[in-house]
Design a protein around this ligand. Structure first.
Ligand SMILES: [Zn+2]
Length: 446
């Protein structure tokens, strides 16, 4: 419980005040190294992009100058949480109207209106007026039936739509949306289709949608047989690729002619989704396919302990949810729980150290490849170990997101309001961290 001292709390409050009141000239105690570095980077941002890349390839992250957790410090956990709670309301009010600027023809969870729908559902999960607003954001009448996953396809808005309609008590509409979601499964289950298996665009992303609906709607609309068929399609695909290309690992997956390993496009994300559906896996699946594949992945680590983005990549430069150690961490904590092997927890904790050291990314505060996504690693470790060091670290990364956002308001990402690239991501984190034992990386952890 003892991990936040009074100075840390005061500093946090001042920094957040700067963020929520951009006209304030208040200088926080801690506008030290990391802020000086962000100013340097802001300057670099004005250079042509290749020059920035050339400079930042050496150092893709800011040096973490935060004091690490110490059990000897006085506990202010409750006060800190209440402070975050009051500030998130303030931030919400100053930001929510800007979501109206999102492109209305982009309805994805990743960068479109359904991501804002998910954020609003997080804030007020059962309030009728809010549920009606969420439903409008899903654009359920405009879906184009061209992708199948939760984050980037129709399955995202459809599955959120099922939950919203169910909560509104509209049984007929709920049933129609369930049928539409199930219809997408025809292509997902077709082994002759060109649908990949990875999480962002492939079968694993469809599997998430189905599990997400079943977790939130009772009685569960999708039966065991349907879920097992999706899992078998993913396993058959992995075995076929591995055999055809003579890999010495039971499962291998290809996307865009590369063998990606990370959470968004690679094997670790696919295996994590499969392990979240553990009750639908046989002992044989677990012990002859999944466990040996995890062991193979452990052998691919760099000397630093970080993971490559794909096989054959020897550049140890990504520490973000979509590529590298942060995305692997979820597979490892889940593998630890499933197989009861302490080695997996040990490697997950090593991933946490890498994120603490190298996770304050120059790319910014996004969920997908930024600091708010990396903050979720510590929440996952906190839930797994109950060690408050990880909660402390998650709070420090959240603090940094707020500060960083102010420093870089003039250099927004391509979709600056969106859930996975923009400011909706850190807002989601601020809401989630108030109940840290229940926090889940949106659209990825069930
Ligand atoms: Zn990314």
């Amino acid at each position: 419980m003892n991990f936040v001292n009074v100075n840390i709390l005061k500093n946090f409050k001042t920094q957040i005040s700067n963020f929520t009141n951009p006209s304030s000239q208040t200088q926080s105690r801690n506008q030290t190294d990391e802020l000086n570095q962000t100013r340097v980077y802001r300057f670099l941002f004005k250079l042509p992009k290749w020059q920035v890349d050339q400079h930042s390839n050496e150092m893709k992250y800011f040096k973490n100058t935060y004091k690490d957790y110490s059990p000897s410090e006085d506990s202010l956990l409750l006060k800190l949480r209440s402070l975050i709670s009051s500030l998130v309301d303030e931030k919400w009010k100053s930001t929510v109207h800007t979501f109206l600027n999102l492109e209305s023809d982009n309805y994805s969870v990743y960068t479109g209106t359904s991501g804002i729908a998910l954020l609003k559902l997080k804030k007020l999960p059962f309030e009728r007026g809010n549920l009606e607003e969420v439903k409008c954001l899903l654009s359920l009448h405009q879906l184009k039936n061209h992708r199948y996953t939760f984050l980037c396809g129709d399955a995202g808005p459809l599955s959120i739509g099922v939950i919203v309609s169910h909560r509104l008590g509209n049984q007929a509409e709920t049933q129609i949306l369930i049928e539409r979601l199930k219809e997408l499964g025809k292509c997902v289950l077709d082994m002759n289709s060109d649908i990949p298996d990875e999480y962002l665009y492939g079968r694993a992303g469809y599997l998430y949608s189905i599990l997400y609906v079943n977790k939130n709607v009772h009685p569960q609309p999708f039966d065991d047989n349907f879920i097992r068929m999706i899992i078998e399609a993913i396993l058959v695909s992995g075995r076929t690729t591995s055999k055809a290309l003579k890999f010495k690992v039971p499962l291998m997956y290809q996307w865009h002619n590369s063998y990606y390993l990370g959470a968004a496009h690679g094997i670790s994300g696919i295996l994590y989704l499969l392990l979240q559906a553990k009750e639908f896996l046989t002992e044989k699946d677990l012990n002859t396919l999944i466990k040996p594949t995890i062991e193979y992945l452990l052998d691919q680590r760099f000397a630093s302990g970080n993971f490559p983005s794909s096989l054959g990549r020897d550049s140890d430069k990504y520490v973000q949810w979509c590529h590298g150690a942060p995305g692997f961490l979820y597979l490892l904590t889940t593998a630890y729980k499933v197989f009861q092997d302490p080695k997996y927890l040990e490697v997950a904790l090593q991933c946490g150290e890498i994120v603490w050291e190298r996770g304050l990314l120059r790319k910014g505060y996004s969920l997908c490849h930024g600091v708010s996504g990396n903050a979720y690693c510590f929440l996952e470790l906190y839930q797994t170990t109950k060690d408050e060091k990880h909660l402390y670290r998650a709070i420090k990364f959240t603090e940094w997101c707020m500060d960083y956002a102010r420093e870089h308001e003039e250099n927004p990402p391509d979709r600056p309001m969106s859930l996975f690239e923009g400011v909706a991501g850190p807002l989601y984190l601020m809401l989630d961290i108030q109940n840290p034992m229940e926090a889940k990386f949106p659209g990825f952890s069930l």
